[in-house]
Design a protein around this ligand. Structure first.
Ligand code: BT5
Length: 337
């Protein structure tokens, strides 16, 4: 397991290779001498060369120019804590980023870390999941190297019944990140789908460990199809699915996407803790596919129908039927009619 404890704003001590990457980024592709790097990092020129070689072995392209120095050319699009934390300026989210090549489910791994007192903002990312989880025991397709599978540990000091609101926080964060990085216009489908042109591009699975009136932790599970090709989707998905690559026609940097997502989530979560659910709910509604539409919601063996008139403070969908007060629906699968 590889991890870095270096939230941009948390003030933790950054590992040397991360500081080196930040110096290279600040120089934006111009040459930096070994002497300058050594002085900035407080190490010898020999040590500088050793760390440059380490970065190159991890896929960074760095040109070594005899008697002039080094020029940074490009970073690999692999989700490593080193790459993700470099340049990340967040208050809480990403204070610790743990990246693993493979795990059963990042939500399960995040729960395990939370039980051993991992702090709020810890992010778990896997290149692939062998048992990626959807809701209600469903499976989440998680091919390696193309998508994002991540789980974030939150420890909000609030009543457990408010926790469903956090699904709205993560949905808005994913929508903002897609808009910013891929310039596409995602829609949110209650409760946990992000759609592009009516096809599912991301799914959310938020889980909680709590007692009567105390939350131990909430795990925000986020799966985003980034560079998954159409041939990688199984035939038997419940709803049509897509990826940023399919919609945009070109691949998207997973590192940029993930950094943007963590930054958006950090801002939205901070706003949520300081100002409550109001603004998040407004943005969610403005991005929702269901607001004002007639829908059918199925849950377990039952189903109900009505026109969506909003979501309440518990994250329940409000369905209007005739003149009676709106019906509250707390969970289920929505079909727009
Ligand atoms: C979800 O469930 O949409 C929640 C998905 C959450 C996945 C993340 S990945 C990181 C974290 N760790 C985990 O183990 N999980 C979370 P649901 O609404 O139940 O949708 C599941 C259904 O979507 C499946 O039954 C399939 O039909 C379909 N599906 C599976 N994989 C998909 C994919 N990659 N893209 C689009 N649809 C998919």
């Amino acid at each position: 397991m590889k991890e870095t404890d270096t939230c941009g704003a948390s003030g933790g001590k950054q590992p040397l290779e991360q500081r080196m990457l930040e110096l290279f980024r600040d120089k934006k592709g111009s040459v930096i001498s070994g002497e300058e790097l050594g002085a900035a990092l407080n190490v010898s020129r020999t040590a500088v060369w050793k760390h440059v070689k380490n970065l190159m072995a991890q896929g960074y392209q760095i040109e070594s120019l005899p008697s002039r120095g080094y020029r940074f050319l490009s970073a690999p699009d692999v989700l490593t804590s080193l790459e993700l934390t470099s340049g990340l300026r967040t208050k809480r989210i990403g204070c610790l980023i743990t990246c693993v090549p493979e795990t059963e489910s990042t939500n399960l791994l995040a729960f395990r870390l939370a039980e051993s007192s991992a702090r709020e903002g810890t992010v778990v990312i896997a290149e692939t999941q062998t048992g990626g989880k959807g809701r209600l025991g469903r499976h989440w397709e998680s091919p390696p190297g193309v998508n994002l599978y991540c789980s974030i540990i939150l420890r909000p000091a609030m009543q457990p019944f408010r926790a469903p609101q956090l699904t709205f926080v993560s949905a808005v964060a994913v929508a903002r990140a897609i808009e910013q990085v891929a310039q596409l216009q995602p829609k949110i489908k209650w409760p946990n789908d992000i759609l592009l042109n009516g096809r599912k591009v991301a799914g959310l699975l938020n889980e909680m460990s709590a007692e009567t009136d105390t939350i131990h932790c909430v795990i925000l599970g986020i799966g985003v199809n980034i560079n998954m090709g159409s041939e990688q989707f199984p035939q038997d998905l419940r709803h049509p699915a897509t990826s940023l690559l399919i919609e945009k026609g070109v691949s998207v940097s997973r590192v940029d996407f993930t950094r943007t997502l963590l930054t958006a989530l950090d801002m939205l979560y901070d706003d949520y803790l300081c100002n409550g659910f109001g603004a998040i709910r407004q943005e969610w509604l403005s991005r929702s596919t269901v607001q004002g539409r007639r829908v059918r919601v199925s849950f377990g063996k039952g189903e109900t129908e009505g026109i969506v008139v909003g979501v309440d403070d518990d994250g329940a969908l409000l369905l209007k039927r005739g003149n009676s007060a709106p019906e509250r629906v707390l969970a289920g699968d929505v079909t727009i009619m």
